[in-house]
Ligand binder design. Structure first.
Ligand code: C2E
Ligand code: MG
Ligand code: MG
Length: 714
């Protein structure tokens, strides 16, 4: 051996040597190990180039995987060993000291591409072979028939020299002759093989048509057939074959023998099963994975009339903390233990457990009675988690949140069901975790649209999808319309008209409330000016006033005062025609900084109303401090006056609030007046103005003119 440090060529050669040593024992090549290594060397070179190339060339790696098939590495073990070898040594020997992380990532992508190329090439070869074997069968039929008639010697040569298994039986199924290849496939002696009748080779996995085709052939109604068939070997193992059976006729054309040609496909089948298993199972826990789960769920959802499904979607509480504090290997072991426990919860027919990824698991139950079963299943899962899990001598308490979805087959897609389960699981989590919740279609719909609405909000403002309805404010003393509250709505292209409760919280959350609020302010002040221009100031009580709601976020926005002043000036509307409504809760505990902008607006003459008063438990004495001139009593007070006579205690409370408000120089408006009796009661109690369906529902601006006109003339 040379003492010189290795150059890249030496290292490449080393990699090829290791690779060939690992794979050689499981190939069916006729080369020597060294010759085989020479065959792998160019492949190794191509891999090392893919490893070091600037961009990743998946196709090249696929082709190397495919080339393994040409090199007779068709055994599944050859692929496994190749991938192990690439994983452990490619970057090490061919990585040229590149950054380790990138090399590792590249190496694993190479492995994926190679496995894909390998599997595809194998599939293609199988198809080609099936074609070839069918052709061979046709030819053999001719050749063997001829040989049988011509010369025994020639027949023997064809028979024995064949690489595929060949057997001949009479039409009663008695085996007459088998060749060496067939013997090797079945194992055992020629004697035992020949002592059996073809009919004894029925196998539980036979396709339904297999024996019908056989009958047709021995009757002489069919010349040949081709099936995939399993045989039990004498040692108890199973042999899978591509089987072609042909009918041999005598020179007069009478059926005489049957000729079977078979190719051993056992290993290929195992590989396919294994590839399928790997594609449908989670490597860590061995549970079915997302792919398999979706297949099953799809099947459950397309089951017939009367069939139902129940789904538990489990997410561990605080798993990330465990993972971060104890390390990934501890986290992995915990997941394996959880998987085992879950599996023992769902053992009945029609039940399955799968891992969707991370710490998310699902359990599925199907049948007619899943309403009851799914609850039991969720209970079993919760119970299974109760016992702490012991890892590295620590007892870890594992808790989980479960979202349950149950329903009839045939109504929803798998994706819809899973989304509902996911949303419900989050509901369980946000309620504190360690519990299960049942899906609620309404809550789902809200959560689904919430996301969609949030993303659609900004464009909606640009596209002019918002509009404002106005609800009159009526003077309780003389019934005249004094103004209106502006209430914003969103004409959503899909969902139709949405009320502010659906989108104001989202707009607040995303900050869009500032431009939206500014638009509402501008639009409703413009409307107020239009009312005045068309109907003048001569309604009974002066100009119509406009009430606009402000969100807490707008209060803290630095542009509030300036924007408002600018809009009032531009539209030429006097500040005292505007009332800004701020909810009581936004002002509880407000400090002077927060109050400053409101105070400045109030000083200019803008009215500030305390909206929804009575819901926020504010200190009445505190009202003095606030730059507020109007109290808007919350709807709940009005509601308690629905019966007649109203609860005397409620009446006393309202009376007390009104008199206190008046003594502080505050006007009182009541909301939610729905009946004449309520209106009368509130008038007697001394409230100043009222708003509610009794007078009018919120509506388009023209409606207000009508009301105001009826008023002025009536
Ligand atoms: P709010 O300011 O307390 O508005 C009164 C709500 O009561 C309105 O609901 C109105 O339609 C409803 N209402 C009126 N009369 C009656 C009645 O007789 N009975 C009943 N049951 N309800 C009545 P809406 O329009 O859904 O508005 C809900 C809330 O959305 C408003 O409560 C307000 O806080 C907010 N909002 C509306 N427009 C805006 C806006 O432009 N900006 C901001 N920041 N918030 C707004
Ligand atoms: Mg309001
Ligand atoms: Mg209100």
């Amino acid at each position: 051996m040379s003492a010189e440090p290795d150059g890249p060529e030496d290292r490449l050669r080393r990699f090829a040597t290791i690779w060939s040593r690992a794979v050689f024992p499981v190939t069916s090549t006729s080369l020597t190990r060294r010759e085989f290594e020479e065959q792998l060397l160019p492949l190794a070179r191509r891999l090392s180039e893919v490893l070091l190339a600037h961009g990743f060339d998946a196709e090249e790696a696929r082709q190397v995987g495919a080339a393994l098939i040409d090199a007779h590495c068709t055994d599944p073990e050859a692929l496994t060993r190749t991938l192990d070898c690439v994983d452990a040594y490619l970057a090490l020997y061919c990585g040229a000291d590149g950054p380790q992380d990138e090399l590792r990532m590249r190496s694993s992508r190479i492995q994926h591409a190679m496995a894909a190329g390998f599997a595809q090439a194998l599939r293609e070869r199988t198809l080609a072979e099936q074609e070839a074997i069918a052709q061979a069968a046709l030819r053999a039929q001719g050749v063997v028939a001829q040989a049988l008639h011509a010369s025994e010697a020639r027949f023997r040569a064809v028979f024995e020299g064949a690489a595929i298994g060949i057997g001949i039986a009479d039409l009663d199924g008695n085996v007459l002759q088998v060749n060496g290849a067939l013997l090797r496939m079945f194992g055992g002696s020629e004697q035992t093989l020949r002592s059996r009748n073809v009919l004894e080779w029925a196998h539980p996995e036979d396709a339904p048509q297999t024996w019908r085709l056989y009958e047709e052939l021995v009757r002489g109604d069919r010349e040949h057939y081709h099936v995939e068939k399993a045989f039990n070997r004498s040692d108890g193992t199973v042999l899978w074959t591509n089987l072609t059976v042909s009918l041999l006729r005598d020179p007069d054309g009478e059926p005489q023998y049957q000729l079977a040609l078979m190719e051993d496909t056992t290993e290929r089948r195992l590989l396919n099963l294994r590839l399928r298993y790997e594609a449908t199972h989670d490597a860590l826990t061995g549970l079915p994975n997302r792919t398999l789960f979706f297949e099953r769920l799809e099947k459950a959802l397309s089951a017939g009339e009367g069939q139902r499904f129940g789904l538990c979607y489990l997410d561990l509480d605080g798993f990330k903390t465990i993972n971060d504090s104890l390390g990934h290997s501890a986290g992995d072991r915990l997941l394996v233990e959880v998987a085992d426990r879950l599996q023992s919860c769902a053992t009945a027919p029609g039940e399955m457990v799968a891992r969707l990824g991370g710490d998310e698991f699902v359990a599925l139950t199907t049948g007619r009675d899943t309403q009851r079963e799914v609850d039991d299943l969720a209970d079993r899962i919760m119970n299974a988690l109760v016992t702490p899990i012991s890892i590295d001598g620590r007892e870890l308490l594992v808790r989980g949140s479960i979202g349950i979805v149950e329903g009839p087959a045939g109504e929803r897609t798998p994706a819809e069901v899973l989304r509902s389960a996911d949303i419900t699981m989050y509901r369980a989590k946000s309620a504190g975790g360690n519990r299960s919740e049942l899906a609620d279609p309404e809550a789902d719909a809200r959560a689904i649209t919430r996301h969609g609405l949030t993303t659609a909000l900004p464009a909606a403002l640009d596209r002019g999808e918002f509009f404002i309805e106005y609800q009159p404010l009526v003077h309780l003393g003389d019934g005249s319309v004094r103004g209106a509250e502006a209430l914003v709505r969103w004409l959503h292209p899909q969902h139709g008209v949405l009320g502010p409760d659906r989108f104001i919280p989202l707009a607040e959350h995303t900050g869009l409330i500032v431009p939206l609020g500014r638009w509402v302010l501008e639009e409703s002040i413009r409307q107020a000016r239009e009312w005045r221009e068309r109907y003048g100031d001569d309604s009974a009580a002066g100009p119509l006033r406009i009430n606009v709601n402000l969100s807490p976020c707008q209060l803290t926005h630095p542009g509030l005062v300036q924007d408002t002043v600018e809009i009032l000036e531009r539209t030429g509307v006097a500040p005292d025609a505007l009332c800004l409504e701020v909810t009581e809760s936004a002002l509880i505990g407000a400090d002077d900084d927060l109050l400053k902008p409101l105070r400045r607006l109030a000083e200019m003459g803008v009215d500030i109303a305390l909206d929804d008063f009575g819901t926020g438990y504010s200190n009445l004495a505190n009202l003095r401090r606030l730059p507020v001139s109007i109290l808007k009593l919350d709807r709940s007070f009005t509601q308690s006056m629905q019966q007649f006579p109203a609860d005397p205690v409620d009446l006393k409370i309202v009376e007390g609030i009104v008199s206190l408000a008046h003594s502080l120089d505050l006007a009182v408006t009541v909301e939610g007046v729905e009946t004449g009796a309520q209106a009368e009661q509130l008038r007697i109690l001394g409230c100043d103005t009222a708003q509610g369906w009794y007078y009018a529902r919120p509506g388009p601006p023209e409606r207000l003119h009508e009301l105001a006109l009826v008023d002025a003339t009536g």
